[in-house]
Design a protein around this ligand. Structure first.
Ligand code: DAT
Ligand code: MG
Length: 152
C-alpha cells in the first residue's frame, strides 16, 4: 500500500549534542507519519562506512565518518504516503546554506558538515538503510489511532 512507504531518518551527533532531537521527531509526528522504529546508539565507524559506502571516494568521506562516529545518533524508521520524497523535502537541501526556511536543515543548522539529520534519497536506499540499522524484530507493527484522520 502506498501509505506504508518507509524511510530511514537519523538524527546525527550534532542534533543529539544540541538537544534538538525532540524538535526533529516532533516534525515527523506532527506531519502525520507513523513511527516504526527508533533507537539511541553510538554507531561504529564500520557501520557508518557501510551506510555512506556510495560516498567513499569523496574527499569529505573521512571527515564525514569521524563526525558521524563522534557521538550518539538516533536512527528511526518513519512510514507514510511518499515518506521518502516528503522526508527529503522536510529535511531541506544537503547544504543548509541552500535549505529553505521551514525545513529542518533550513531552520536548525548552518554548515554542510554539521547538517544534523540524514534521510534516505530513494525507496531502494531506504530499504537498504533500514536493513542495515535495524533487525526485523525492531520494526514495530501498530496502527496509530489517528490514521483515519491523516488519510481519506
Ligand atoms: P544528503 O545527506 O542530503 O543525502 P549526501 O548523501 O550527498 O547528502 O551526503 C551525505 C552527507 O555527507 C551530507 O549530509 C553531508 C556530507 N556532505 C555531502 N556533501 C558534502 C560536502 N561537499 N562537504 C562536506 N560534507 C558533505
Ligand atoms: Mg544521502
Amino acid at each position: 500500500m502506498a501509505n506504508s512507504e518507509r524511510t530511514f531518518i537519523m538524527c546525527k551527533p550534532d542534533a543529539v549534542h544540541r538537544g534538538i532531537v525532540g524538535e526533529i521527531i516532533k516534525r515527523f509526528e506532527a506531519k502525520g507519519f507513523k513511527l516504526v522504529a527508533m533507537k539511541f546508539m553510538w554507531a561504529s565507524k564500520e557501520l557508518l562506512e557501510k551506510h555512506y559506502a556510495d560516498l567513499s571516494s569523496r574527499p569529505f568521506f573521512p571527515g564525514l565518518v569521524s563526525y558521524m562516529s563522534s557521538g550518539p545518533v538516533v536512527p528511526m524508521v518513519w512510514e507514510g504516503l511518499n515518506a521518502v520524497k516528503t522526508g527529503r523535502v522536510m529535511l531541506g537541501a544537503t547544504n543548509p546554506a541552500d535549505s529553505a526556511p521551514g525545513t529542518i536543515r533550513g531552520d536548525l543548522c548552518v554548515q554542510v558538515g554539521r547538517n544534523i539529520i540524514h534521510g534516505s534519497d530513494s525507496v531502494e536506499s531506504a530499504n537498504k538503510e533500514i536493513a542495515l540499522w535495524f533487525n526485523d524484530n525492531e520494526l514495530v507493527s501498530w496502527k496509530p489511532a489517528s490514521v483515519d484522520w491523516v488519510y481519506e
